[in-house]
Design a protein around this ligand. Structure first.
Ligand SMILES: Nc1nc2c(ncn2[C@@H]2O[C@H](COP(=O)(O)OP(=O)(O)OP(=O)(O)O)[C@@H](O)[C@H]2O)c(=O)[nH]1
Ligand SMILES: [Zn+2]
Length: 345
């Protein structure tokens, strides 16, 4: 397969998954942006705009094209999912086939450890490898202290400290961010600045004028940009802010593996780490080995995750109830006043 697709992450495993489609004469490509009913796909022959009718396509998917029609989506290796915006009863896939989720934490303000923990759980849940990036080190008087704090929450994840302004740490960051990468973090933490440093492209001026299928000029914002040095691609989709957990139980266990490991030594298998005797988690807190804050945060995120599930279920139930009511009403109208509506038409 052409090196242009390899630049976007194509490998022999994708080629194997694609083999049946290749046999059918279809073309492989990677979705770089999705609109309503249309998407931009990078193929070996360059970018194309493809039509699709299915609803489950997102940036990062590998697809099979039949001409300019998106025929199939290859099974995803990973997916970054968040609780959907209101009105929807399911998770929303933000990006597919992501290898690294970089959780961006600035060291210029008091570190919000709870936010970092939530994002790390989301990252683990996706199946990608999380990396914590401490930004703006040039403007922080005590980077070592921030580093110490973040190390207590970045269980199992690498931490890289950088300054985009001074250029410190950018080589180490480039080494850590390979494959398909997304940057997550609040507004103002330095994502765009980092994206520019990593890709050599100012994403703010990434918008390019293009002619669409109907001959109109439109402004297109590419959401997948090659990283410098051919190390991979950066996915920059809107909506990576304010991410709520969605069905992230596994991710939470990975993010809080330190507490789970301690809990294995509690006397009771269902220990709530409250006032139970023989609680290894409380013992670690009392001994200063585990910050009490971290246990609180774990509980809070588990509740948040469970609550999100209950809410979507409740919404589903009420959707079903109102559909049933509408059905009965239509049924009554039809039989209580037969003919009347029909005669007036
Ligand atoms: N001192 C310092 N400031 C930085 C650094 N990186 C970014 N900034 C500044 O932080 C501010 C926010 O940076 P952005 O890159 O726009 O942050 P963002 O996360 O992309 O923000 P949104 O686009 O709102 O999501 C800007 O004023 C940057 O100039 C850094 O390494 N050091
Ligand atoms: Zn316990």
């Amino acid at each position: 397969m052409s090196s242009s697709l390899e630049l976007f992450g194509w490998d022999s495993t994708w080629a194997d998954a694609f083999a049946p489609h290749a046999a059918g004469g279809l073309t492989p490509g990677r979705v770089v942006r999705v609109d309503r009913g249309q998407c931009d796909v990078i193929t070996a022959a360059g970018p194309v705009r493809a039509e699709f009718t299915r609803t489950d396509v997102c940036t990062g998917d590998w697809v099979a094209l039949s001409g300019l029609y998106l025929h199939a989506v290859l099974p995803r290796r990973t997916a970054l999912v968040r609780a959907a915006a209101s009105g929807l009863s399911h998770g929303q896939v933000l990006a597919a086939n992501v290898d690294v989720v970089a959780v961006i934490v600035p060291c210029t303000v008091e570190v919000d450890l709870g936010r970092a923990e939530r994002l790390l759980a989301l990252a683990w849940e996706s199946g990608a490898r999380p990396v914590v990036v401490l930004t703006k080190t040039d403007a922080c008087p005590d980077v070592a202290r921030v580093r110490e704090q973040i190390d207590t929450v970045a269980v199992g994840a690498d931490v890289v400290a950088v300054s985009a302004v001074a250029g410190d740490g950018l080589d180490a960051l480039a080494d850590a961010l390979t494959g398909t990468v997304v940057l997550v973090g609040q507004s103002g933490v330095g994502k765009s600045t980092l994206a520019t440093a990593l890709t050599g492209t100012d994403l703010a001026v990434q918008d390019v004028r293009e002619v669409d299928g109907k001959g109109r000029h439109t402004t297109v914002r590419r959401e997948m940009i090659p990283l410098r040095g051919g190390r991979g691609v950066l996915i920059d989709t809107p909506g990576l802010r304010g991410v709520g957990l969605y069905d992230a139980e596994d991710g939470l266990h990975r993010a809080f593996a330190d507490i789970d490991a301690l809990a294995a030594d509690c006397r009771f298998g269902d220990c709530a780490h409250g006032s139970e005797p023989g609680c290894a988690v409380r013992a670690a807190i009392d001994a200063g080995l585990l910050p009490a804050r971290r246990l609180d945060s774990y509980r809070k995120l588990i509740r948040e995750n469970e609550w999100a599930a209950a809410r979507t279920d409740a919404r589903l139930r009420s959707e079903l109830r109102s559909r049933e009511r509408a059905f009965h009403k239509a049924y009554r109208n039809q039989f209580n006043r037969p003919g009347r509506d029909r005669r007036t038409r």
